[in-house]
Ligand binder design. Structure first.
Ligand SMILES: *[C@@H]1O[C@H](CO)[C@@H](O)[C@H](O)[C@H]1NC(C)=O
Ligand SMILES: *[C@@H]1O[C@H](CO)[C@@H](O)[C@H](O)[C@H]1NC(C)=O
Ligand SMILES: *[C@@H]1O[C@H](CO)[C@@H](O)[C@H](O)[C@H]1NC(C)=O
Ligand SMILES: *[C@@H]1O[C@H](CO)[C@@H](O)[C@H](O)[C@H]1NC(C)=O
Ligand SMILES: *[C@@H]1O[C@H](CO)[C@@H](O)[C@H](O)[C@H]1NC(C)=O
Length: 397
């Protein structure tokens, strides 16, 4: 049924979106990204080892598994072959000794390709990331630093970049390593404990600040706990996606990993629901400062929450007894397709309103976040929309 509908999609896509929705926004988003050459391991023609490519490939893999359409698999493989030499060396802009967690997010695709093709180069490349994690600098509590240059700093983003790979690798090659399972659990838990807004915090949403500095010395670090000043929508989106993706992969013998992540997810999910703007149903870029001048509804974070929460409910990780979480995610999704999807009229769609970056490299304050460039077809947002659409299209109605 899905394939038959999908084959109608080019005709439907010619109609204005208000008159007819395409049979699958997931297919449309994926095909549009592919048509633009996005997420193919290259940037300006040069190899790049980029987490957003890894995120897009994760969505293409799920779409491949759903449709059986080899186009998606081949695109993933060609993309990885742009950054992994035949001898398994990862090239392009990857720098092992920078100890950045960001490039590691391409690793799950390496493992997947190894499992599907048996080609040793993909395993060799995955081993390189695994050994990076073995040397990754840590805080005294054990949290991975986001990068070597960010002393003692844990960022929510890093959980998606590092732990999805760490889990996929351990699951595939090292499933009896109890130290590794405990370490993954620790990464999620320390990040949560050190960044969660506590009762009494100003503009309290009960959500997680963007990051923390264990040494409390960064300019943005709060004197009491070392956390950054604001809840940034995409940082929390990365963390939320990591929760459900890791839960899905974690085997029964992974120690306290599942119970820890389930507890965190069930704290966050209703709070994410409640933090949405009541009228639109979507989230402010800076969630802690709703309605403030220059703040706006940002599209990548929203798509990430929709994916994470719908997937969490579908796989019964999240208790949604009254259906209010699914209802809220449907409302957000409808806002997204009506406001952020553009029909280009040539068979492709574009995705609006994704902020290009959000970093704790400077002040981490409201003025910083709202001053960042908003992009059309930013892959971090487009890939998240692909993921959100895959989940939305699995709903019964
Ligand atoms: C697979 O997907 C591509 C891209 O959407 C499409 O052009 C092609 O027709 C699809 N193939 C099949 C067998 O459905
Ligand atoms: C892997 O192949 C690349 C490209 O040929 C080469 O530059 C690199 O030195 C090789 N690495 C090893 C470890 O042999
Ligand atoms: C790799 O990262 C290290 C540590 O940040 C840095 O000293 C080195 O210059 C980087 N190498 C390249 C080629 O950029
Ligand atoms: C198990 O995981 C730990 C933590 O990542 C690591 O230090 C160790 O090398 C791993 N053991 C094996 C046998 O790979
Ligand atoms: C709380 O939110 C309001 C409304 O967005 C904003 O004007 C104010 O600056 C925020 N306060 C703090 C301490 O962030």
């Amino acid at each position: 049924m899905f394939l038959r509908l999908a084959s109608l999609f080019p005709i439907l896509a010619l109609l204005p979106i208000s008159e007819a929705r395409p049979a699958s926004y997931a297919v449309w988003a994926a095909d549009s990204g592919i048509a633009r050459g996005q997420g193919n391991g290259l940037a300006n023609g040069l190899p790049t080892v980029s987490y957003e490519h890894g995120e897009f490939q994760w969505g293409l893999r799920l779409l491949y598994e759903l449709t059986g359409n080899k186009t998606y698999f081949n695109y993933i493989q060609a993309g990885v072959d742009n950054i992994v030499f035949p001898n398994g060396t990862i090239h392009g802009d990857y720098n092992f000794t920078a100890f950045s967690q960001d490039p590691v997010r391409t690793g799950p695709t390496f493992i997947y390709l190894y499992q599907e093709t048996g080609q040793a180069k993909y395993k060799t490349a995955a081993d390189t990331f695994r050994s990076q994690l073995n040397g990754q600098p840590r805080t005294a509590q054990g949290q991975f630093w986001h990068k070597l240059m960010y002393f003692n700093q844990g960022w929510l983003d890093g959980i998606y970049m590092g732990e999805v790979f760490y889990t996929a690798y351990t699951n595939a090659f090292d499933a009896h390593n109890t130290t590794a399972w405990a370490d993954i659990t620790t990464q999620f838990k320390l990040m949560f404990d050190n960044t969660i807004q506590l009762p009494g915090a100003s503009n309290n949403t009960g959500l997680m600040y963007h990051g923390y500095d264990f040494s409390h010395t960064a300019v943005w670090a709060s004197p009491d706990r070392g956390h950054s000043p604001e809840v940034w929508d995409r940082a929390l989106g990365w963390y939320a996606m990591a929760l459900v993706d890791v839960l899905e992969m974690a085997p029964p013998n992974s120690g306290a990993l599942k119970s820890t992540l389930l507890r965190i997810l069930n704290v966050l999910a209703p709070r994410i629901r409640d933090a949405a703007d009541p009228a639109s149903g979507v989230w402010w870029l800076v969630i802690t400062q709703p309605g403030r001048a220059l703040n706006y509804f940002e599209s990548s974070g929203a798509a990430m929450y929709i994916y994470a929460l719908l997937k969490g409910v579908r796989l019964r990780y999240i208790e949604d007894r009254d259906g209010s979480i699914v209802k809220a995610m449907k409302k957000a999704y409808n806002y997204a397709v009506e406001n952020w999807v553009v029909d280009n009229g040539d068979g492709t769609m574009s995705w609006k309103n994704t902020v290009q970056v959000g970093s704790l490299s400077t002040t981490g304050d409201f003025d910083y976040y709202v001053s960042q460039v908003v992009d059309l077809n930013d892959l971090k947002g487009l890939a998240a929309f692909l993921l959100a659409s895959l989940e939305f299209e699995k709903l019964d109605s």
